[in-house]
Design a protein around this ligand. Structure first.
Ligand code: ZN
Ligand code: ZN
Length: 402
């Protein structure tokens, strides 16, 4: 996230009354260039057993505002500064987050197989392997002198759930803490994230006959890579080494900017959401979401004026309100929604089948009601966070990019 976005966070005078969200980090709203890396304010209930982190010299945006805590001796205790950096870096390692995604997809496939009663045991054991987990190893500088500690952050990356620390002492729960949300706004097109979106040709090289096995096939259409059928004869080897038909990849990249085989990312997706619009958010201490009695509520407002799409087709305007709980999951989703909005993938211009109109429809599911459950697009909905994280990942928006 850019510093302009972070500058939208404001210390919330009421936040210390929100039991689910003790303040862990502030920074001066009056100095937008300031780096939000000085969480000197600690919750009164948790005695800091590690020194407060000094102002960091390098500001890496969202994750520099995050704090990781472990459950020790009956209370949550923040990791030391060096360990915080290691844990943040682990969540920002794109390759490993991709691994988590591949792992989660594999688990889905295995679960489906298991339901049909055809899941081989050996395969089940394979997915539990450590290589597929997003882990940070904390060095032997640990104050407890217990040597190396390993923190598994895979659950945090895939479902904003609790991580787990494994040390010679046993297992400890690990959680993520994020600063309170106050209010902010993103205006498009000024804050569009166009980023890098290289052409298919720039993501690899033409695969010549030497590279191609006689019977190798394209992982997208399953057709022969050597054949001249349907004019698909040009094969392209992506930088990851996997080979597909050039024209198959062009169509694939319109939907997702990842290698179909290994999921490596090639630039990011820019969607079809109107390029003119506003997303704003604020913390509301009066609204309570069903199933979240102990949290304040983040209220989001989206406003798209009527306009014309890239083909000159007119579309209707839309004003939409949505809700998130003001807990760590909600705060994480808010940051991801901001990125998705700036990449034009949060909404999608399409014809609504039920309402007979062409307008910005949801591309990522938003909760538009405070109650009523999933059937009414409301809360409570226990699986919402995990589902929406997967939808965001499908659209190339991951926590590694925050
Ligand atoms: Zn193909
Ligand atoms: Zn690949």
């Amino acid at each position: 996230m850019t510093s302009t976005l972070l500058a939208k966070y404001r210390p919330d005078r009421n936040a210390d009354r929100d039991p689910s969200s003790q303040p862990v980090a502030w920074y001066e709203a009056s100095s937008p260039a300031a780096c939000p890396t000085d969480p000197t304010a600690r919750p009164a209930s948790a005695e800091p057993k590690t020194p407060a982190r000094p102002s960091a010299s390098a500001c890496s945006g969202f994750w520099s505002t995050a704090t990781f805590e472990a459950w020790r001796g009956g209370s949550w205790v923040a990791y030391s500064e060096a360990h915080q950096a290691a844990l943040q870096a682990a969540l920002q390692r794109e390759d490993d987050c991709t691994e988590v995604m591949v792992d989660s997809e594999r688990r889905h496939a295995l679960a489906a197989l298991a339901e049909m009663g055809v899941c081989p045991r050996s395969l089940g054991a394979g997915v539990e392997s450590e290589a597929l987990s997003l882990c940070a190893r904390l060095g032997d500088g640990d104050s407890t002198g217990n040597g190396q500690v390993q923190v598994n952050l895979a659950a945090l990356a895939s479902a904003a759930d609790y991580g787990e620390e494994t040390s010679p002492d046993g297992k400890t729960r690990v959680r993520l803490r994020l600063p309170p949300v106050r209010e902010g706004e993103i205006r498009l097109p000024a804050q569009l994230d166009l980023g890098s979106c290289p052409s298919v040709r720039d993501c690899g090289r033409v695969a010549d006959a030497e590279l191609l096995q006689p019977d190798s096939s394209c992982g997208i259409c399953l057709g022969d890579l050597m054949g001249k059928r349907r004019g698909l004869a040009v094969a392209l080897q992506l930088h990851c080494g996997h080979i597909f038909h050039h024209s198959c990849l062009e169509r694939w990249f319109e939907e997702r900017r990842r290698c179909p085989t290994c999921k490596r990312r090639f630039g990011h997706l820019v969607g079809n959401q109107p390029s003119i619009g506003t997303m704003s958010w604020q913390l509301d201490s009066h609204v309570r979401l069903a199933g979240h009695p102990d949290s304040f509520t983040i209220v989001l407002n989206f406003r798209f004026p009527a306009g014309r799409d890239s083909n000159g087709e007119p579309y209707r305007g839309r004003t939409q309100q949505a809700f998130l709980p003001h807990d760590e999951r909600g705060k994480l989703l808010l940051a991801l929604f901001q990125l998705a909005f700036r990449r034009r993938v949060l909404f999608d211009l399409r014809a609504s089948t039920t309402e007979q109109k062409y307008w910005p429809a949801f591309n990522i599911h938003l909760k538009t009601a405070v109650a009523g459950g999933p059937e009414r697009f409301g809360f409570p909905d226990d699986g919402y966070c995990q589902r929406v994280l997967e939808e965001l990942r499908e659209n190339g928006v991951t926590i590694a990019e925050l």
